[in-house]
Design a protein around this ligand. Structure first.
Ligand code: SAH
Ligand code: F3S
Length: 471
């Protein structure tokens, strides 16, 4: 690849490298791809070793306290690399790595991060990702930059996204969030909701299909609240337009907000066979009293009703959800209603979290804090209940033949991993011809609690050619 011959203009001899560490949701994953792409356009290649990097970016998550706490200890490690680099390189090559704090913690802490970590070079909020190159240029000129906040015009520069090593094409359709869930910090870190135009989204989907992606994943904090800013077309229209774009083999979207689902959207799930029979539909709690204090704007009954409609439209639909235990004031009865919800709906997987108070949110004022051992016990019993259900649901799939999207190499030598149409993880012996992002057919042989084991069937479709951004 000619890029490896790239000689930096500053007299150093080695190609420069960047190391990007990503925590959190899919939006952060895509933001990291956007940052990597901008750097690659300047000939700065990714590395897996932060010690060899000239630019280190930590794309952080602040949704729970634990993740946020880890940010500063991680930055502490990067500081050491910066100090080490002074000794390691020959004098001609001395160039300390730049360290940037990006993502939701960057937005939240802003300038304070520069004070706390003297070696930190810049702070870049999620709505300013498109400005990375400019921020680096300003830093090289001597300024310690804080680029946070929410500009009116946000760029979605698809030409500079590095999709290297990816098996799916992610497309942002709506940014930010206008909901006011009382536990959630995301509206503060990702800013007000902003939808992209349908035409722009479809152009990106076509580009990704041409590039070789078989699976397209539409992204947003409340993805089904999307509305074209000019025409007023809604998410049902967008689903139809994306699903009928030639070459889209598998279409997924995340995260849907229960109250924003309309009958037309439900109907699309039934009508478009290439929309995955899988939906992530966070419910958070099974108790009406808790849902009300969370400000979610729906009841347990209306969630059950939506699940019923969705499954009527798409009987093979697998559902996953997010649940919070130990929300302020949560009683044993409230928690029992959550267990009941899990038992009734039979989710294919759940993401269960202990409530974590976040700065600037209303929830801490809305009820008595729950003691840690109580929250721990609730989390454990929720996970234990789910594990049994999940194993049972997985066992029902044994013997079925399915098309699998290949997501990577397995842990065992000679195996690959993939995702079924219902988004379950599956592991199977590798075939010679299959590559990341390709499809293959398998028969499910064995069910585990968190994944499936399978055997490959007949020859698969031609693998996609995943071209590097710069070749
Ligand atoms: N709509 C978003 C939600 C972002 S937060 C999305 O795209 O996923 C992801 C999940 O984290 C939420 O659904 C919620 O279950 C959990 N969460 C958010 N804030 C939390 C908090 N303060 N404590 C514990 N869990 C939280
Ligand atoms: Fe957070 Fe609720 Fe929006 S969970 S991201 S405020 S929909």
């Amino acid at each position: 690849m000619k890029i490896l011959d790239h000689k930096p203009a500053d007299g150093t001899t080695k190609a420069r490298r960047c190391f990007i560490e990503t925590w959190g949701c899919q939006m952060n994953e895509l933001d990291s791809q956007r940052m990597a792409g901008q750097l690659m356009q300047q000939g700065i290649l990714p590395t897996r070793d932060p010690r060899e990097a000239d630019i280190i970016l930590l794309n952080s998550c602040s949704v729970r306290e634990k993740a946020e706490g880890k940010v500063f200890s991680r930055l502490g490690e990067y500081r050491l690399y910066k100090k080490e680099s002074r000794f390691k390189k020959s004098p001609r090559e001395i160039r300390e790595p730049l360290i940037g704090l990006c993502g939701c913690v960057a937005q939240q802490v802003g300038e304070r991060a520069l004070k706390k970590v003297p070696e930190l070079d810049f702070v870049l909020g999620p709505a300013r990702v498109g400005e990375l190159r400019e921020v680096i240029r300003r830093r090289r000129a001597g300024e310690r930059v804080v680029a946070t906040g929410f500009p009116e015009e946000r760029s979605f520069e698809m030409d500079t996204i590095s999709r290297e090593g990816e098996y799916k094409g992610m497309v942002t359709i709506i940014e930010g969030c206008d909901k006011k869930c009382t536990f959630c910090i995301v509206p503060m870190t990702r800013g007000p909701e902003r939808s992209r135009k349908m035409g722009e989204i479809l152009a990106e989907v076509r580009h990704l299909v041409d590039y070789g992606f078989l699976e397209i994943e539409l992204l947003g904090q409340t993805v089904n609240h999307w509305r074209d800013p000019e025409t007023g077309e809604d998410f049902a229209d967008l689903l139809e337009a994306c699903a009928t774009t030639p070459g889209v083999r598998r279409l997924r979207f995340v995260t849907s907000y229960p109250r924003d689902f309309t009958p037309r959207m439900v109907a699309q799930l039934g009508q478009q066979a290439n929309i995955s029979p899988y939906l992530h539909l966070p419910v958070q709690s099974g108790s009406d009293a808790v849902l009300q204090r969370m400000g979610r704007g729906y009841s347990a009954a209306s969630y059950y009703e939506l699940v019923h409609q969705l499954r009527a439209a798409r009987p093979d639909l697998a559902l996953s959800t997010d649940l919070i235990v130990g929300f302020p004031g949560e009683t044993e009865e409230d928690f029992a209603a959550t267990l009941e919800m899990v038992e009734q709906v039979r989710f294919s997987s759940i993401y269960a979290f202990k409530y974590s108070p976040r700065p600037g949110t209303a929830a801490p004022r809305l009820g008595e804090p729950i003691d840690r051992p109580v929250a721990d016990r609730r989390l454990q019993s929720l996970l234990a209940l789910q594990e049994g259900i999940q194993r049972q649901l997985n066992e029902e799939l044994v013997g079925e033949e399915m098309e699998v999207l290949i997501t990577g190499w397995g842990k065992e030598p000679g195996t690959q991993s993939g995702r079924t149409p219902c988004h379950r993880a599956v592991h199977f012996p590798a075939s010679q011809t299959e590559q990341l992002g390709g499809m293959t057919r398998v028969r499910i042989e064995k069910a585990l609690a968190h994944s499936l084991l399978a055997q490959p069937l007949a020859p698969a479709t031609a693998p996609p050619s995943l071209l590097p951004v710069l070749s």
